[in-house]
Design a protein around this ligand. Structure first.
Ligand code: 5GP
Length: 210
């Protein structure tokens, strides 16, 4: 039975290129924070480690996990399947660990709708501007201009989901963004006051979508 000593679930989502993965890795360095390792049918990238960045599985195995009802959530993102298995997450939460989820808006919606007995805090990370996002994406996909352009189009759709998150944080400077997230997590856990300006965020989203 979940209690006050249980860990907290912290979801971070963002359109591609907002710097979420770096943020999640940095947050996981904090004491008592751990990243939930997802399963995916995507091929590993050269810099990725099996069973550390992802559990890389084929579609047959992924579908077996779906039919065994092992996923807390799963979704198709950019043509690949991604999912979070339930057991490791619940075990760690029961041991008091705070779990970080680097998942998309579909997964965030599913976890929210499960209404589990654990505290849940959801963050949506945004880039400072469309120009900066495009610069980051072209740097990341150097020889694949078409991918950067596709991701920009996807951005227009993904950004609309900001409204379903508890907090939206702009990643202009990694350290600053990290501190904002940590302060908000502390405030939620300890029922403290939250330094958060929803109107400012609303205006920022308007700029990004105009
Ligand atoms: P990437 O392939 O770049 O690692 O991830 C692509 C997208 O899939 C990212 O937005 C990432 O947050 C999301 N993602 C990664 N793991 C999961 C998962 O287990 N569930 C869901 N719903 N999305 C995930």
């Amino acid at each position: 039975m979940p209690s006050e000593k249980d860990g907290v679930m912290i979801i971070l989502s963002s359109p591609s290129g907002a710097g979420k993965t770096t943020l999640v890795k940095k947050l996981s360095e904090k004491d008592n924070f751990e990243i939930s390792i997802s399963h995916t049918t995507r091929q590993p990238r050269p810099n990725e480690n099996k069973n550390l960045d992802y559990f890389f599985v084929n579609e047959t195995e992924f579908k077996r996990l779906i039919s065994n009802e092992e996923f807390l959530e799963y979704a198709k993102v950019f043509d690949n399947l991604y999912g979070t298995t339930r057991t490791p997450v619940i075990d760690k939460l029961n041991k008091g660990k705070n779990i970080l989820f680097d998942i998309d808006w579909q997964g965030a919606d599913q976890i929210k709708n499960k209404k589990l007995d654990y505290k849940l805090i959801t963050f949506f990370i945004l880039p400072p501007s469309k120009e900066v996002l495009f610069e980051r994406l072209t740097k990341r996909h150097k020889n694949e201009k078409i991918i950067a352009e596709e991701r920009m189009k996807q951005f227009e759709r993904d950004v609309l989901h900001w409204i379903n998150y508890d907090y939206v944080v702009i990643n202009n400077d990694l350290e600053e963004c990290y501190s904002k997230i940590i302060n908000l997590i502390d405030a939620v856990i300890n029922n403290g006051s939250k330094d958060y300006d929803l109107e400012y965020i609303r205006k920022h989203v308007e700029k990004l979508t105009s």
